[in-house]
Design a binder for this molecule. Structure first.
Ligand code: GLC
Length: 368
């Protein structure tokens, strides 16, 4: 609700047009056999290739959520209009570093709409698909679970009716391409639906679930409420009751004046520069209240919760960022939530790509 005027200033424009050139050398890694891609400590009993009904015991979906564990978003890469335009071109090293540090999963924000035809049958650009294949294979072969989403599909929220067929066609193509992939690949319906009513979004989300289920009857799916995936809008989230393979995600950036101080893509944030987060009683209580809210909804509705994004931008001071990050992560864990930090090596980065080193206070906050 706070995140209304989000204009992505192209900090990115400063970045050289070096980008796609170096992508041409990237070839997809051959599919990795399932047995080697499952994180060992968290094996699932789910047989993805069976045609078991989707009404499996709820415990399974809780285990699937637990497997996501502690994760990190590979932000600003495949979610940019073109990979590289926002300063990040994924490398094999990224996946190795993330796995070796001890993360369980990555979330892969992906802007499919920039690589999909405007006219039916809305074909996805094969070169882009191969790039996504490569990223998924990298993650799986490093033992990381993958959350693949549709990110920045703003046209969809502006014109849900006009874009519906295209949205569903995108999911049909993604779902059938990865239908045989291990169940360590999760699909997330859409990032941060906004400026759309819960009634319209609930219907659209249910249709996308239906489109995916045609080829992926047992895939773990991640779904979300409106208003930039706000925990306060969980109450209005309506899900297909019979589908017990759904994990519910929300994003957490509160207090927004702290986490988004100086964020160039949100107007008016420079006046918040200097805001600290000191973990005083009131600050801690606010976070606990919000996470309790989400946890209670999950409990009441028997749905596991994934905190798919949280983070504080680099314009805030490091002490505050580390305190806030560690507090949110621990509080989420205490409530049985899995999480993914926003993000790996751009403006919120837990990793400093220039210096080739982790930002230790943030890394320790995430993985103590
Ligand atoms: C959302 C946006 C992403 C942004 C992040 C933090 O995921 O899609 O572009 O960087 O939130 O504001």
């Amino acid at each position: 609700m706070l995140r209304i005027h989000r204009i992505r200033l192209l900090t990115a424009l400063i970045l050289p047009a070096l980008t796609l050139l170096s992508l041409t050398g990237c070839r997809p890694v051959p599919p990795t056999p399932r047995s080697t891609t499952q994180p060992t400590a968290t094996m699932s009993s789910t047989n993805l290739t069976s045609s078991e009904p989707i009404t499996t015991p709820a415990a399974d979906v809780y285990a699937a959520n637990t497997r996501l564990g502690r994760g990190v978003n590979l932000g600003n890469a495949l979610e940019a209009p073109r990979e590289g335009e926002w300063g990040v071109i994924l490398e094999e090293e990224d996946f190795r570093l993330i796995a070796e540090a001890g993360f369980d999963s990555i979330r892969l924000p992906t802007r499919w709409s920039a690589h999909t035809a405007e006219e039916a049958p809305y074909s996805i650009d094969p070169t882009f698909f191969e790039r996504v294949d490569w990223a998924i294979h990298q993650a799986l072969s490093h033992g990381l679970n993958v959350v693949l989403n549709i990110h920045h599909y703003d046209e969809l929220f502006k014109d849900p009716q006009g874009q519906e067929a295209r949205f569903l066609a995108i999911w049909q193509q993604i779902a059938s391409r990865y239908a045989d992939y291990p169940d360590t690949l999760y699909f997330e319906i859409a990032n941060e639906p906004h400026d759309i009513s819960p009634a319209v979004w609930n219907k659209l989300q249910a249709k996308a679930i239906g489109a995916i289920r045609e080829s992926n009857p047992t895939r773990w799916l991640i779904v979300t409420p409106v208003d930039w995936s706000s925990h306060r809008r969980l109450q209005e989230l309506v899900l297909p009751d019979e589908d017990r393979r759904l994990i519910v995600t929300f994003h957490y950036y509160l207090p927004f004046e702290f986490t988004h101080q100086g964020a160039e893509w949100v107007s008016g944030t420079e006046k918040w520069l200097g805001r600290k987060w000191t973990a005083n009683t009131a600050e801690r209580q606010n976070v606990m209240f919000d996470l309790d809210w989400a946890a209670k909804w999950g409990k009441d509705n028997n749905r596991p919760i994934y905190l798919g994004e949280f983070g504080a931008y680099s314009k805030a001071d490091m002490d505050s960022r580390a305190l806030w990050t560690s507090f949110v992560a621990r509080q989420a864990e205490q409530r049985g939530m899995s999480w993914a930090y926003w993000e790996f090596r751009a403006g919120f980065g837990v990793y400093d790509y220039q210096r080739k080193q982790w930002r230790e206070p943030l890394l320790k906050a995430l993985l103590p």
